[in-house]
Design a protein around this ligand. Structure first.
Ligand SMILES: Cc1cc2nc3c(=O)[nH]c(=O)nc-3n(C[C@H](O)[C@H](O)[C@H](O)COP(=O)(O)OP(=O)(O)OC[C@H]3O[C@@H](n4cnc5c(N)ncnc54)[C@H](O)[C@@H]3O)c2cc1C
Length: 469
């Protein structure tokens, strides 16, 4: 017998055996080898024990797992690459549907399309697409999953030029709550296609994504420039002005943190607060060099490391700072502009970072994504120019309280300067009350579609859109 839900529902051994023998992949229970590895996700704050884990080998396994969960009214968690901070990829008791072994990425360079399975990481995607000098906008840490990232919206270095990840989604194959596989595109089930472009995992399990690809690199101009923290206000004020005029090929983000021991920084700066500007130019290297030149006049930098490099390597540049296994608590706001008040709060909280790994991150996404109508996709926050993310990150459980308090306090103090919408992929597990605000004008339609595609809320381990809301 396995206990499936919080209410104590039990499922007999026979039913479990029948499921196991119907799969091409594996069914793991707490005593199976590999169980602990399969339930471990990127954020070490999450330590949950599903009653069963179906490690899907393909679409048939996903359909069988969904049918089983539906029949037995099991709590369901869906895992892509397991990167989400909220930790919804894994549940206590219940059934975890693990897609992480489904990693195929197939590129058609003639039609510039990529066909991607839901366990693929950004690194897997770039590996295949960059072999043809192609890419689509994804995130900035290569171990992140394509699927969770896409379903919440998705943005990264290419977003200013090519829009959000969902703006580049052409179609998807989805296993819905009735365990049927359907296609979603502009022509097939267009309402479902609309909902999965930002609505997260609420509407079914995506088993295949089809993306548009664009020529990128393979070599791009990218790197970091690092400024003294005592110049932060001047540097950030100049940044705010600068990014209003730059071409969409150029992207410059901001990170306020303690300097890692990077070889291009003087030793005395290591471990001190700094203003880091990671930058990326997608175009001719020489044009990029000219476009970034004004950055050097913001203040006298501590150092810089900028040059041509493979796009796929730049996509991995932050991996060493974002390894799995640390404790993470993130919170986020969207901004249409960086007001003086916003900058002041950022600087105030960056001057009291509670651990060497904590950071305040500002991603610049203004550009193409702003030219899509808010109601065109479920992702509604089309006025967002900057996404602010406070990365609370540390190693010891004893630091939980202190680091979480810092992140929450900063989040609350910066709220008056933000737009009020939110990026669902950066929300923590206790932010269920923020889901309606996150979707703004699209929430009502999302609720209607949830009623249509998942009336019993089988898929509820996510930033949940309730069918009854
Ligand atoms: C270090 C780090 C860096 C990040 N950088 C960026 C960034 O640059 N840009 C950005 O946009 N985001 C970024 N994110 C956020 C990222 O988009 C989310 O964490 C995303 O959920 C990761 O996807 P995953 O498949 O790895 O997650 P998982 O934890 O596996 O899944 C998250 C949730 O998505 C749903 N889900 C996943 N796959 C499916 C599927 N196939 N079908 C249905 N539902 C599914 C489930 O509800 C699941 O709980 C970052 C996160 C981290 C931790």
């Amino acid at each position: 017998m396995a206990t499936m839900n919080g209410d104590g529902t039990k499922i007999g051994q026979e039913a479990i055996q029948a499921l196991a023998s119907s799969l091409r992949g594996d069914l793991l229970t707490p005593d199976s080898p590999g169980y602990d590895e399969a339930r471990t996700i990127w954020n070490a704050m999450i330590d949950r024990r599903p009653a069963m884990i179906v490690r899907c080998a393909g679409v048939a396994d996903v359909m069988r797992a969904v049918a089983f969960a539906r029949r037995h009214q099991a709590l369901v968690a869906v895992r892509g690459a397991g990167h989400n901070i909220a930790g919804n990829a894994v549940c206590d008791k219940g059934l975890m549907i693990d897609l992480s072994a489904m990693k195929s990425v197939r590129v058609n360079p003639e039609t510039r399309r990529a066909y991607v399975e839901p366990g693929a990481t950004l690194a897997n995607f770039d590996h295949e697409a960059q072999a043809f000098g192609l890419a689509t906008p994804l995130g900035i840490n290569s171990t992140t999953g394509v699927s969770g990232l896409t379903l919440g919206g998705g943005f990264g270095w290419l977003t200013r030029k090519y829009g959000l990840t969902v703006d580049n989604l052409v179609s998807a194959e989805v296993v819905t709550a009735d365990a049927k596989r359907v296609r979603a595109s502009a022509k097939e089930n267009p309402d479902l296609f609309w909902a999965i472009r930002g609505g997260g995992g609420n509407f079914g399990i995506v088993t295949l994504f089809e993306f548009k690809l664009h020529p990128v690199g393979p070599e791009v101009l990218a790197g970091l420039i690092v400024f003294p923290f005592d110049q932060a206000k001047a540097v950030l004020t100049k940044y705010r002005q600068f990014v209003k005029k730059i071409p969409e090929e150029l992207n410059v983000w901001v990170v306020l943190r303690q300097a890692p021991p990077l070889p291009f920084l003087p030793k005395e700066v290591h471990g001190k607060e700094v203003v880091v500007m990671p930058l990326f130019y997608d175009g001719k290297i020489e044009k990029g060099r000219r476009a970034i030149e004004p950055l050097r006049s913001f203040a006298r930098p501590h150092g810089e490391h900028i040059g041509p490099q493979p796009f796929a390597a730049w996509e991995k540049a932050f991996d060493p700072l974002l390894t799995p296994g640390a404790r993470n608590y993130w919170k986020s706001h969207n901004f249409s502009e960086l007001s003086d008040g916003a900058l002041d709060v950022m600087i105030e909280y960056a001057s009291k970072l509670p651990s060497p790994q904590c950071e305040i991150f500002v991603g610049l996404i203004g550009g193409k994504a702003n030219r899509v109508a808010p109601k065109a996709t479920a992702y509604a926050a089309r006025d967002t120019k900057f996404v602010l993310n406070v990365h609370g990150r540390w190693d010891e459980p004893g630091d939980d309280k202190r680091c979480i308090a810092w992140a929450r306090e900063f989040f609350n103090k910066s709220a008056p300067h933000a737009t009020g919408t939110a990026y669902v992929n950066f929300m923590t597990e206790e932010e269920g009350g923020r889901v309606a605000a996150a979707y703004g004008p699209n929430y009502k339609r999302l609720v209607q579609l949830k009623k249509k595609y998942d009336p019993k809320n089988l898929f509820r381990m996510n930033q949940n859109i309730k069918p009854s809301a």
